[in-house]
Design a protein. Structure first.
Length: 277
């Protein structure tokens, strides 16, 4: 591991030790560089943003692990910022496969990566807890073997897949993932203040990542007050860009109007941004 990689990974770990920070999600090198220019301290990939840019749905079956690894490496190389990889469920059906792919993801230059417990199937949307724990344990061992200090985030997808009593099940799972060696815990889909506070308290002292993919009325300061350590936006920025694109294109196609181009970024501003090394 290079001195630069070690420094970036140490920097990423330090961000999780106190306070609260936003880790926005680019979907290509251009958006990564744009976010870096705004002063964010770290970035995270978005599987949905990447998949949609390729004309594919957000599904672990839609993309091969090779696609994901190439994308992660491209984002990590785009800036000097630490990058956390949205690595879905490890792109593997068993714990050994998760370990192998996690090693490869760490080798792509990331400072952290996340593993979720969703199966991607309708009948059994989550891995049973013992198997989910085994997969996190395998990921932890793979990262430790690499000796690279890559941060491991474990995701409980209970709120997203409609698990009965998602709060209690998320807490049960996240506590088990912490014991299995996860550094950061994440329950995407939780929005209620009291539920967020309950998860923060349940997983303490591990840091909690909260996903804010739409305007819920909460601000960064509100989440910081609840004890949240890290805030991501997932596909939110990508969907905002798609929304502007589709509105402008539909206006042009249906009405022959160019009004949707109002508010577009200035050509000179983009050239200036990407002209910098």
């Amino acid at each position: 591991m290079s001195t630069r990689s070690a420094s970036i990974r140490a920097q990423f770990r330090e961000l999780h030790e106190s306070g609260c920070f936003v880790i926005p999600n680019p979907w290509d090198p251009g958006t990564a560089r744009a976010l870096a220019s705004l002063g964010f301290q770290a970035l995270a990939t978005t599987s949905a943003g990447f998949a949609h840019s390729r004309g594919l749905p957000d599904s672990s079956q839609a993309l091969e692990v090779e696609d994901a690894l190439a994308h992660v490496a491209e984002i990590a190389a785009a800036t000097e910022l630490p990058v956390n990889a949205d690595f879905q469920a490890g792109y593997a059906s068993d714990a050994d496969g998760v370990a192998m792919n996690v090693r490869r993801c760490a080798g792509a230059g990331v400072a952290g990566l996340s593993i979720e417990d969703a199966t991607g199937t309708e009948g059994e949307p989550l891995f049973e807890l013992p198997e989910a724990v085994e997969r996190i344990t395998a990921a932890r061992a793979a990262l430790d073997d690499g000796g690279g200090e890559v941060l491991l985030t474990a995701r409980a997808e209970c709120f997203l897949v409609g698990t009965p009593d998602p709060l209690a099940e998320s807490i049960r799972r996240l506590q088990a993932y912490a014991e299995a060696g996860a550094d950061v815990l994440f329950a995407p889909g939780v929005r209620d203040r009291d539920q967020i506070r309950s998860i923060v308290e349940a997983v303490h002292p591990r840091p909690l990542n909260v996903l804010v993919g739409s305007d819920t009325g909460l601000r960064v300061a509100d989440l910081a007050e609840l004890g949240v350590r890290r805030i991501s936006v997932g596909s939110g920025l990508a969907r905002a860009a798609w929304g502007a694109f589709l509105r402008a294109a539909e206006s042009l196609a249906e009405d022959g109007s160019f009004a949707g181009l109002d508010g577009a970024a200035a050509f000179a501003d983009l050239n200036a941004l990407f002209g910098r090394p």
